[in-house]
Write a protein that binds this ligand. Structure first.
Ligand SMILES: Cc1ncc(COP(=O)(O)O)c(C=O)c1O
Length: 442
């Protein structure tokens, strides 16, 4: 057990306090802000990560039963095979005046998995690739308006939804995103609709059929899309001449190699991958039909760092290992076991807990008006027991049965404590943040 005092007085907590005075928001990714987990206690920084374990700046070891690098490290941290391939690329030069051949091999490998696509363009982050996809869709259709549901990153095209309606993005996973800095002229160019609700989409389409450049969705987020929804979406997009874009940045590689749309048998015009495709190395791709992708030639899309050798090398090695070991089977099995662990512990201690999500994007929620305090208590207690514990779990190949056995014992203990203090009154740290919240400089 780690003591609460030791966790509060850790080097990571102190470093984060400094970080907030040096970097607006303290981190580069909202989902890695310590406030999202357990303010003033979350270790914040790692000295080393390997498999499903991380070590904080005080060399304390934790099993990561949380977001696993927001889903990026699907094979586990510092995977030897991927890292060896990358080390080879480092030794032979990560950039030069010529292009790296790995980007061609990667396009071929991705197209083999998704034979309905004919071309690829690369970037290095998810948000960037989504920017490319929307630009290509607008260039192809020669129209401006994007209808979307779900979360798609930080770009102007997306935040423009909040210019017209400050709460427009609130139903799209991340409440409170402010569009300051996004040109007001973009107002009305990005319009949200309710996920998995074809009627909501039809309503937004009505009267604007000829203005709609693209329909952009996440083909699955928490749960599988309802039967028939994606097919209806495909038909509607074709009917109005809009480009259908599947953002697979979160759903990709979780239930099968490549896009989850392979399982559904519904084929978009463009699909975007990032996160899991290179096991944590910076890499992203827009895959698309040749007809739509050729529009990239009619606009300007170009960047130096999109030519580096590390990203495609890591992606090729990740893809090879994923397919060789059918990694999805392990992910699904581990996710299902964790969902069962949550359900069993809740039942044993009379806690009302909602367990949701695809097994590989599993989550639980306390059914309580004090849920935020209980979530925080859960994380704080799990940290003391040597786990990065959160109300979401993204399994990796590195999570072994023995890790889940240890986790099961800890969850049972912690749910018991929470059941004994249902209002969270014993929590002696601030509660976690939910959604976007401005952080003040300290
Ligand atoms: C569905 C989806 N789209 C886009 C993004 C943005 O990707 P990135 O954080 O790599 O910019 C994310 C990240 O969480 C995502 O889940």
């Amino acid at each position: 057990m780690y003591s609460l005092d030791d966790l509060k007085n850790s080097k990571g907590v102190a470093l984060y306090a400094r970080a907030k005075s040096l970097m607006p928001g303290g981190t580069q990714l909202l989902s890695k802000r310590p406030e999202m987990f357990a303010p003033d206690v979350w270790p914040s920084y790692y000295s080393k990560a390997k498999g499903c374990r991380v070590w904080d700046l005080d060399e304390r070891e934790f099993i990561d039963m949380s977001i696993m690098a927001v889903g990026a490290c699907i094979l586990g941290y510092a995977d030897d095979e991927v890292d060896d391939a990358v080390i080879g690329a480092l030794r032979s030069g990560v950039n030069s005046s010529l292009n790296c051949p790995e980007e061609v091999a990667l396009a071929e490998a991705l197209m083999e998995l998704h034979p309905w696509f004919g071309m690829a363009r690369y970037a290095r982050s998810g948000g960037e690739a989504m920017g490319l996809a929307v630009r290509i869709a607008r260039a192809h259709s020669k129209r401006d308006v994007v209808l979307f549901s779900g979360y798609h990153g930080w770009n102007d095209w997306y935040l423009a939804a909040n210019l017209a309606d400050s709460g427009g993005l609130d139903g799209q996973l991340m409440p409170g995103l402010e569009p300051n800095g996004v040109p007001r002229g973009l107002s009305g160019t990005a319009i949200p609709f309710d996920a998995n609700n074809i009627e909501s989409l039809r309503e937004k389409v009505r009267g604007k059929e000829k203005q709609i450049a693209a329909i952009v969705i996440e083909p699955a987020r928490g749960e599988d899309a309802p039967a028939g929804y994606l097919k209806a979406l495909r038909e509607l997009a074709t009917e109005i001449g809009a480009v259908l874009v599947f953002d697979e940045i979160t759903s990709g590689f979780r239930m099968c190699a490549g896009g989850i749309h392979r399982n559904y048998g519904v084929y978009p015009d463009l699909a975007i991958f990032a996160k899991s495709m290179a096991n944590g190395y910076a890499m992203s791709v827009v895959l698309g039909t040749e007809k739509v992708m050729q529009a990239a030639q009619t606009t300007f899309i170009s960047s130096t760092n999109w030519t580096d050798r590390v990203g495609p090398t890591a992606a090729l090695a990740t893809l090879e290992k994923y397919q060789r070991l059918s990694v999805e089977k392990h992910l699904i099995e581990s996710g299902n076991r964790v969902k069962q662990i949550w359900r069993a512990a809740a039942q044993a201690h009379g806690l009302e807990v909602n367990v949701t999500g695809l097994p590989t994007l599993a989550a639980f929620a306390f059914k309580s008006p004090h849920a935020q305090a209980l979530n925080t208590r859960y994380t704080v207690e799990m940290l003391q027991r040597g786990f990065l514990g959160f109300r979401q779990f993204k399994p990796s190949l590195a999570h072994q049965t023995s890790d889940l056995d240890l986790y099961q014992i800890a969850v049972d203990e912690v749910f018991k404590l929470i059941a004994a203090d249902p209002s969270g009154g014993l929590l002696c740290t601030p509660v976690h943040h939910a959604g976007f919240q401005r952080l003040t400089k300290e």
